[in-house]
Design a binder for this molecule. Structure first.
Ligand code: GTP
Ligand code: NA
Ligand code: MG
Length: 465
């Protein structure tokens, strides 16, 4: 085996937690930036990403004893910032879905809050390991700041009152975690049994206490316990994080390249929200400078190729207006069949929409029954699925589609137990209608969801009579 096949990629670390716990501020403290101050209302509303090269991490942790005896094998860390506000559940899910490890930020003055628990449940459901960053220790009454100092050292500088308050709050928070079924423990030295007991690292994103320890834990723990997962693979694994219009660049996509290499000129396929995949070429591969936030407009570095792991902004000649965040990006290789890649891209997305829908709804008990739901765009489909799930309606969904109803959609419905398509705000092609008549597939179509549902219900009643 050559060394080439065995090196580690950078771990992806997602920063999660309740509103104003200090996620962005923590990243600012690590990067030496001021992103949080520039946010409208101090609220994060998009997923962010920042690459920290190994050199910068090493510089930051050089004072630690751990840094002397250990060798850093990962090339860096890719940090993902997520919004804490309640409505951004989808973004938190997207962010956490990508990561190798998470940092769950908890405000020491507040303890566990609703979005802390929501994040915790997301991490549990995916079996994602995490570190608890117990933030804002500087807010303990009478705290003496000790910038960048390890917490043990900083604690020695504090009065007995501060120490008492600190201990009391830690005990409370450990209890709150226990109530969620999670064992946690102050990370005093190295926490060896990370999987059963999660580490709590007390930090201040304002004055920098224990930030080096947190970084060092992220690096050494991931490279030690996730070697297999972090072993670099040449096969492209890439997810669209955000779809964003940028003045002068058009509609771009921000992606996380987990594995493989992207090159300028590569033919790529991404999901489209009108039911057709976007097939295009990479026009430019852009990254912010290292230690800078991708979501903040700044100077971009241009690359002819980039190897994983990286957060990258991609532009294409026709733009990415209809791209869907959260879906996979495919590179069409010389041996690949474009049609197959296009199908795979759309299928992945459809599957995940359907899985999510059934997971959150009562429809999962449908057995073999269920209708096909089809709408003009992904968002109108999602709205439609919500309507169908409503208690008083409760129509189980078996298949979904986006865009005009074509013969293939009719064929799909024809092999189901209930040969019915509910179509919202889409056209039915004449050939599809003809085929539907032949195969006994009923299509209920309309521009108002309620009316489509009403027509379906009416038909159901007639059938029963
Ligand atoms: P959302 O992205 O909106 O969910 O918030 P966030 O978790 O990113 O928190 P943010 O970084 O916006 O910080 C919220 C507020 O807490 C800001 O006013 C920060 O300056 C402040 N803050 C963050 N960390 C610390 C800290 O360690 N100490 C003190 N004193 N204040 C902090
Ligand atoms: Na905030
Ligand atoms: Mg934030």
């Amino acid at each position: 085996e050559s060394e080439e096949e065995n090196f580690l990629r950078s771990p992806i670390c997602c920063v999660m937690g309740h509103v104003d716990a200090g996620k962005t501020k923590l990243l600012d403290c690590i990067r030496g930036t001021n992103v949080q101050k520039g946010e409208a209302g101090g609220i994060t509303q998009q997923i962010g990403a920042t690459y920290l090269p190994a050199e910068n991490i090493q510089e930051r942790i050089k004072e630690l004893k751990a840094a002397d005896d250990k060798h850093m094998k990962v090339p860096g860390l890719l940090l993902i910032d997520t919004p804490g506000h309640e409505p951004f559940t989808k973004l938190r899910s997207r962010g956490s879905g990508l990561c190798d490890i998470a940092v769950l930020v908890v405000d020491i003055m507040d303890g566990l809050k609703p979005q802390t628990i929501e994040s915790l449940n997301l991490l549990k459901s995916r079996n994602t390991e995490f570190i608890v960053a117990l933030n804002k220790v500087d807010r303990l009454n009478g705290w003496k700041p000790c910038p960048n100092a390890p917490i043990i050292k900083a604690m020695k500088q504090q009065s007995q009152d501060v120490k008492n308050e600190f201990n009391m709050r830690v005990v409370q928070i450990v209890t709150q975690f226990k109530e969620q079924g999670i064992n946690t423990k102050l990370n005093v030295n190295e926490n060896k049994r990370m999987r059963e007991t999660y580490s709590i690292v007390p930090i201040s994103a304002k004055s920098g206490e224990d930030i080096p320890d947190l970084l060092s834990l992220m690096v050494y723990w991931t490279q030690k316990s996730m070697t297999e997962k972090l072993t670099y693979s040449n096969e492209v694994q890439c997810t669209v994080l955000e779809v964003k219009y940028v003045e002068g660049l058009g509609t771009t996509i921000d992606v996380i390249l987990v594995n493989g290499v992207l090159r300028r000129g590569d033919q790529i396929v991404v999901c489209g929200n009108h039911g057709t995949p976007i097939v295009t070429r990479i026009q430019s591969l852009l990254t912010p400078e290292p230690m800078k936030e991708l979501r903040v407009k700044g100077k971009y570095q241009h690359h002819s190729e980039i190897r994983a792991t990286q957060a990258i902004k991609i532009t294409s000649p026709q733009g990415f207006e209809h791209a869907i965040a959260g879906t996979a990006l495919y590179v069409v290789g010389p041996d690949d069949d474009l049609e197959e890649v296009k199908e795979a891209a759309m299928e992945d997305m459809m599957k995940s929409v359907l899985v999510n829908n059934n997971k959150n709804g009562s429809s999962s008990t449908a057995g073999d029954g269920g209708v096909c739901a089809q709408a003009s765009t992904l968002s109108s489909l999602e709205a439609m699925l919500e309507f169908l799930k409503a208690q008083e309606v409760n129509i189980p969904v078996r298949g979904i589609g986006i865009g005009p109803i074509q013969k293939k959609d009719v064929r799909k419905a024809s092999v189901m137990l209930e040969k019915k398509i509910l179509a919202f705000d889409v056209k039915v092609t004449p050939e599809a209608q003809k085929l539907a008549d032949e195969l006994g597939v009923k299509i209920f179509v309309g521009d108002i969801i309620h009316e489509v549902i009403k027509a379906y219900m009416q038909n159901l009643k007639e059938e029963k009579e």
